[in-house]
Design a protein around this ligand. Structure first.
Ligand SMILES: Cc1cc2nc3c(=O)[nH]c(=O)nc-3n(C[C@H](O)[C@H](O)[C@H](O)COP(=O)(O)O)c2cc1C
Length: 192
């Protein structure tokens, strides 16, 4: 069987992002579990705010097509999103919106979501850890007919969650991350 490939997407571009740090910790655990991990920055896939007129005039931007193909080259995807005003940030929603518009013949539009497993996680300095963003993201991905695994991680008090090596330091957080990683690998393998 070929190596299991997992794509990790942090939903923040901010320097020192709590979510980028969680994405890095998750990528490390996935690699420890023998997955082949690609961790990207959405900064390398800059996209304008979705506008139907823009799509009609210029087509879907190449960065959306490239990101869709990057997703398609992996068996599973982990999205680590911040919570903005109880939902997902515009960066995450706008990226998903553009990717859903990619028509890569002979595939049907949106097929890239239907054929692989998605895991979701969030990190926030608050007690809820971004759990409302996860509810929103689960709804969005489910509406795209993605298989979103049941386990998820909302990392509370994320500004105090890491040790000096940038690893999670609280046993409960470590166990939740490991459970997420194990289930993403398991479901992705079954969907290969
Ligand atoms: C516009 C805006 C809205 C926010 N709303 C929430 C919120 O609803 N819940 C929450 O836990 N944190 C909220 N925050 C705080 C973010 O969780 C915090 O800035 C976090 O560090 C952002 O993620 P990042 O560190 O990965 O960039 C908000 C921040 C911004 C800028």
């Amino acid at each position: 069987m070929s190596a299991l490939k997992i794509l990790v997407i942090p939903g923040s571009l901010r320097t020192g992002s709590l979510n980028a740090r969680l994405a890095a910790a998750a990528a490390y655990e996935l690699a420890q579990a023998d997955a082949e991990v690609t961790r990207i920055s959405l900064g390398d896939f800059p996209l304008p705010i979705y506008d139907g007129d823009l799509q009609t005039k210029s087509g879907v931007p190449k960065h959306a097509i490239n990101l869709k193909r990057m997703i398609g080259a992996h068996h599973g995807v982990l999205i680590v999103t911040p919570e903005y005003n109880s939902s997902v940030p515009p960066l995450v929603k706008n990226t998903i919106d553009w990717v859903t518009r990619v028509q890569d013949a002979p595939e049907a539009r949106g097929q890239v979501f239907r054929e692989r497993a998605f895991a979701i996680a969030s990190a926030s300095g608050s007690r809820l850890g971004g759990s409302r963003a996860l509810a929103a993201l689960r709804l969005i991905l489910s509406a795209c007919h993605a298989t979103v695994i049941p386990n998820q991680l909302a990392l509370s008090f994320a500004d105090q969650a890491y040790d000096d090596m940038d690893r999670l330091k609280h046993p409960g957080d470590i166990e939740a991350l490991n459970a997420l990683v194990r289930q993403l690998i398991d479901v992705s393998q079954r969907m290969m």
